[in-house]
Design a binder for this molecule. Structure first.
Ligand SMILES: Nc1ncnc2c1ncn2[C@@H]1O[C@H](COP(=O)(O)OP(=O)(O)OP(=O)(O)O)[C@@H](O)[C@H]1O
Length: 347
């Protein structure tokens, strides 16, 4: 059976203007997101993960604009939406976001209860006692004890993990179909991180949510993602099912990203880090954007941008290495070992 596509991005381009110069942040991304799936978008800082997902919600900074391509959500073309009123029908209501730092999305001057209640009133059409009851239920649902008391408290009276639960409560109270989680656990310690990811997973099942995780840490999503999209320099360079990207990665950037996971490090040896820096997006990127940092780059990598090559029907990568004419280049030994071992070293 064909997958049901909830969001379809085609050849998307985003540019920013800064002091008279143009920065090409998203360079022709195409991506279908399937209803009910959990998709992770991973890549280094600056690869364009946040900018890309902000385009689904009309949240680009004022100096940025979509300069090409399309974004269709449930058949509606989002790139045509202009006014804030149009976007309000999508933002929160259809597509909601949980940000890395809960303090940026919470109002420090309003009680937690009042903030969740606003979402309940606006999106579920409840009023008075019913609205209050719904807030207490959602607080409990996200694992906040003693909701009667917590309702009256302010954000500063909550710990970081609890604040993140409140932000998730507000997002879920809007009954969205897609939940975007932008580094939802980065600021939290490891135990709390796992609890928050677990909570998001439970809510995803309960409400049949489509979730998109944005993270620079592949390890974080190993447990939660059905599919992984690897971003580099404003482009998706590899996408596949979680196990395809972990055990059979094809793009040299994905190899490098996997190699830099602390879980793969050898005790007593310094952690692998990717040499060099990402390209300057103020300048035109030629060929494969990762080529200058790739010790095994081919000549053509510096000349022509690679197309996507299919590895399986669900797995593709933008690398000349997959061209039938390319010389055989093996991934590093430790990456090959992963497959042989067949165990998930990331979790
Ligand atoms: N308002 C802006 N003006 C100019 N450039 C911008 C603006 N917002 C983002 N960019 C640039 O767009 C590119 C992508 O940024 P983005 O924030 O999406 O990266 P990211 O992968 O989400 O990184 P991080 O993990 O650090 O959040 C970067 O080069 C960034 O500097």
């Amino acid at each position: 059976m064909a997958e049901d596509i909830i969001l379809s991005v085609h050849d998307l381009d985003v540019k920013f203007t800064l002091r008279g110069q143009t920065l090409h942040a998203i360079r022709g991304i195409s991506l279908d997101v399937y209803r009910g799936e959990s998709l992770a978008i991973v890549g280094e800082s600056g690869s364009g993960k946040s900018v890309f997902t902000k385009t689904f919600m009309g949240l680009l900074d004022a100096n940025g604009s979509i300069t090409g391509g399309s974004i269709r959500y449930e058949g509606q073309e989002l790139t045509q939406l202009k006014s804030d009123k149009d976007w309000r029908a999508i933002r929160g209501r259809e597509i909601a976001m949980v940000m890395q730092d809960p303090m940026t999305s919470l109002n420090p001057l309003k009680t937690i209860g009042a903030q969740i209640e606003e979402a309940v009133v606006l999106h579920q059409g409840l009023k008075g006692q019913q609205a209050r009851q719904a807030v207490l239920e959602v607080l409990e649902e996200v694992g906040i004890d003693d909701p009667q008391r917590r309702y009256r408290q302010y954000p500063h009276e909550f710990s970081g993990g609890m604040r993140q639960r409140v932000v998730i409560a507000i997002a879920v109270a809007c009954r969205p179909k897609i939940l975007i989680c932008d580094e939802p656990t980065t600021a939290l310690d490891v135990t709390i991180q796992a609890q928050i990811l677990q909570l998001i997973r439970e809510l995803q099942k309960k409400y049949d949510l489509t979730t998109i995780y944005i993270t620079h840490d592949l390890g974080v999503v190993a447990n939660v993602a059905d599919r992984i999209a690897v971003m580099y320099a404003g482009d998706i360079v590899e996408i596949g099912r979680c196990e395809e990207v972990f055990y059979d990665p094809r793009h040299p950037y994905t190899w490098a990203l996997l190699s830099s996971l602390p879980q793969l490090g050898v005790k007593g040896q310094p952690l692998y880090s990717i040499a060099g820096t990402p390209p300057n997006l103020f300048q035109e990127v030629k060929g494969d954007a990762f080529a200058p940092r790739n010790p095994q780059a081919l000549k053509i990598d510096f000349v022509e941008r690679p197309p996507y090559f299919d590895v399986t029907p669900s797995h593709r990568a933008r690398t000349w290495l997959l061209d039938p004419r390319a010389p055989k280049v093996e991934p590093p030994e430790h990456i090959r070992q992963l497959r042989k071992q067949g165990v998930n070293p990331y979790v």
